[in-house]
Ligand binder design. Sequence first.
Ligand code: AMP
Length: 113
Amino acid sequence: MLDEKCIFCRIIKGEIPSAKVYEDDWMCVFKDVEPKAKVHLLAVPKTHFKLIEEAGEDGMEMLSYMLTKIPAIARENGCENGYRLIINQGEDAGQTVFHLHIHILGGEKLGDL
Ligand code: AMP
C-alpha cells in the first residue's frame, strides 16, 4: 500500500525522478539526493510504513528480504570494503521522511557518527 502524499511512495511510482540502482517487486534502491558519504543509497520497501513497529508481519518479511538483498546491491555500487546501514526511527533520530528506509553508506572509510 502506497501513500500519495509520501515522497518515497511517489518515487516508487515513478512520479518523482530518482537515480534508481535496483528495483524488484518488494523494494527499490536509489541514490540519496544529499549524499553523506561517497556512496549513499536508500533502500525502501514498496509498502508505506513509518517505523519498524508499524511494519506488521508482511512488513517484517519485506525488511528481512531487503536485508538479504542489500549486501550484493552495496557491493555492486562501490561498497566492496564494507558499508554502514542506518535506520532513523522517529524525530530524535533525525528521521525526515516518514516512510521506513535503510541508509546504505560506504565507498570510503567512514568516520564515527
Ligand atoms: P531520514 O533523515 O533518515 O528520514 O532520511 C531521509 C533521506 O532522504 C535524507 O538523507 C534525504 O537526503 C533523502 N531524500 C529526501 N528526498 C529525496 C529524494 N527526492 N531523492 C533521494 N533522496 C531523498
